[in-house]
Ligand binder design. Structure first.
Ligand code: ARG
Length: 608
């Protein structure tokens, strides 16, 4: 079935048409339709105020003319129009139109949400962790935000390619491999490790030892340098060891991805090493076209747009003075590959805000080189830091960056306390299961719910709270709606809902009739319907602005609107046809919550 325009969108359309009729030369003007909280008004258009000057009449006059048009037959306006104040055009939706939206959305697998991203082919570069290193708290944001964007873009019709741009190449591997060669007794492969120790934590520790040896022992440093050369020149034994390190690391990362419930698999890995062979060509071409120039023995791109504090241009180093290619060269090769071979039209880089200058420089250089055509969008989806409870960058007690898995364990432990306090009678195994589900959801939600540009404090106790804008609150809100539907005897309502493209309407019986449009809409119902009707617009905003927190805020408001509705409008105790209409609202709320949670990468259990 097709997409369902929201009532607000229909007003936008109608006001747009009226503007075209009254002021033909301004027919493309923004109808400026907004939600209104004035009593008796659902949406208002401020178009008359902004257009009056150019139209040489007063805003009130223009508003009156537009209202006359809108009040006419067959304008498609789903409500009654009035003019107030200096020239506000107000619309109050008809009750039948409100129920009509509920019916149309319920009848559609996709809740009437359209596919505004159809035709877009996007690559999302996210997680992008470094091999042989532990996942730390900084990787949480890229992984969770990137995954939500993958899901939202996909739901809205884009073709999405996930890329985990693993940091799997560099001179550090030479040093690590040399150390492993000289210490064959040190265990690091997963089948040789104690339970609870992952290959990456073992490798991370071994890397530190290697680093210490490198600094302390010039002979080892020499052997390590020779190992780097062996790696770069493709020595089979060295490459073999390197491959093992990558494989073991990926295996460890996958455990965290699975625990987090993100979509990434090993097949999504497209590490830096993959672009090695392309680097000389990339740099040669930049040099040949005089985009990159020699500077202090290195090859750099200078762009007057990027200057430092002293006004001097900041170089983008594509080849270092030791002849090695750097991070920038790899990213340029990646851009070229994504455009030429992957044929993407949109590239998202979900990476720490501190890399902002790097990406601006890379995109600018790629545009100069013609590798990034104007019609391909490249966006750095920058995010802020995760801070500790003290508001400082997150550190462990010994000053290390906090391990992601430790933070997840902490949140799960907090969730377990909350769950047991709420329901002391449950078994230990049951408490464990619910705590894992709620703890992980709480961490993901807390991350997604803060606008990504901001830093936030990692506060497990607040994240797992049952009240406020938390993931746990939303999961429980979903279970409450599901419980009402169960009590109403809704077969099929217990099926997992909200899966992308999935439908839970199979087997939904005639006992659930379409809402009766003649039933008057109570105020709390009106607020809930308007919230439900806005889901698709919020999803489209998330895809356009790449800001998942908008969806979090929306779902929180939706859950609150449902609570207010449920407190003032009895559902199961109501008589038909009111009962049927209220059940329709419950069904649509449940499916919208479940779909929204799914887009954030969160589960929507029917019970907890
Ligand atoms: N591995 C890098 C880091 O940990 C992030 C890579 C981001 N993606 C990219 N295409 N540069 O800082």
């Amino acid at each position: 079935m097709g997409s369902v325009a929201s009532l607000a969108q229909r007003v936008e359309q109608a006001v747009g048409t009226a503007i075209g009729a009254v002021l033909p030369d301004r027919r493309d003007a923004d109808p400026l339709v907004r939600r209104s909280d004035r009593p008796g008004v659902d949406v208002q258009s401020n178009a008359a105020l902004s257009l009056a000057g150019a139209a040489h009449r007063s805003p009130a006059q223009l508003a009156g003319q537009l209202a006359d048009r809108l009040g006419g037959v067959a304008t498609g306006l789903p409500g009654a129009v009035s003019v107030t104040g200096p020239g506000f055009l107000n619309v109050r939706f008809d009750d039948a139109a409100l129920w009509g939206q509920v019916a149309a959305r319920l009848a559609d697998d996709r809740l009437g949400v359209g596919t505004p991203q159809a035709g877009v082919r996007a690559v999302v570069d996210y997680s992008s962790v470094n091999v042989a290193k532990q996942l730390h708290v900084g990787h949480l944001r890229s992984t969770v935000i990137g995954d939500a964007l993958v899901r939202v873009l996909g739901f809205l019709g884009a073709e999405v390619i996930r890329e985990n741009h693993l940091g799997d190449w560099g001179t550090q591997f030479g040093m690590l491999i040399q150390y492993l060669v000289e210490h064959p007794e040190a265990p690091w492969q997963h089948d040789r490790l104690a339970p609870g120790v992952t290959a990456v934590s073992a490798l991370d520790a071994l890397y530190r030892s290697a680093r210490a040896a490198f600094d302390a022992d010039p002979a080892f440093a020499d052997r390590a340098r020779r190992r780097v050369v062996a790696l770069q020149s493709g020595d089979p034994d060295t490459l073999d060891r390197w491959r093992q390190i990558v494989t073991e690391s990926q295996h460890a990362f996958q455990q965290v991805y699975d625990r987090l419930g993100v979509l990434l698999t090993e097949a999504d890995a497209a590490g830096e090493s993959r672009y090695n062979d392309a680097l000389p060509g990339v740099v040669d071409e930049l040099v040949r076209r005089e985009i990159a120039v020699p500077s202090h023995g290195a090859l750099c791109v200078f762009d007057p747009a990027f200057t430092g504090h002293d006004g001097a241009p900041v170089p983008l180093i594509v080849r270092k003075s030791d002849g090695g290619f750097g991070y920038a060269a790899t990213d340029l090769a990646t851009v070229r590959d994504r455009v030429d071979r992957r044929r993407v039209t949109r590239m998202l880089y979900v990476v720490d805000a501190r890399q902002g200058l790097h990406f601006r420089q890379v995109f600018a250089a790629a545009r100069r080189a013609g590798w990034l055509p104007d019609d391909v969008h490249a966006e750095h989806v920058a995010f802020g830091m995760v801070l500790g409870a003290d508001g400082r960058p997150f550190r462990t007690r010994d000053g290390d960056t906090a391990r992601l898995s430790d933070l997840l364990d902490e949140a799960v432990a907090s969730a377990r306390r909350v769950v047991l306090a709420k329901n002391p009678a449950i078994s230990g195994a049951e408490a464990d299961r619910i705590a894992e589900l709620c703890g992980i959801a709480a961490v993901k939600y807390a991350d997604l719910a803060t606008s990504r540009q901001q830093d936030y404090r990692f506060d497990p106790d607040r994240m797992v709270s049952f009240t406020g804008n938390t993931g746990v609150y939303l999961l429980y809100a979903h279970t409450r709606v599901a419980a009402i539907l169960r009590r109403a005897g809704a077969p099929g309502e217990s099926a997992a809902a909200g899966a992308i493209g999935g439908s839970d309407r199979a087997g939904e019986p005639a006992a659930f009739p379409a809402p009766d449009p003649a039933v008057p809409v109570a105020p709390a119902e009106r607020a809930l319907i308007l919230a439900l009707d806005g889901f698709g617009e919020v999803a489209a905003d998330v895809a356009a602005l790449l800001e998942p927190h908008r969806l979090c805020g929306y779902l929180y408001e939706l859950a609150r609107a449902f609570t207010a509705f449920y407190e003032s409008c009895p559902v199961l105790a109501a008589e038909p046809p009111v009962r049927g209409n209220r059940l329709a609202l419950c069904r649509l709320t449940r499916r919208t919550l479940a779909q929204g949670l799914a887009l954030l990468g969160l589960p929507a259990p029917d019970r907890l």
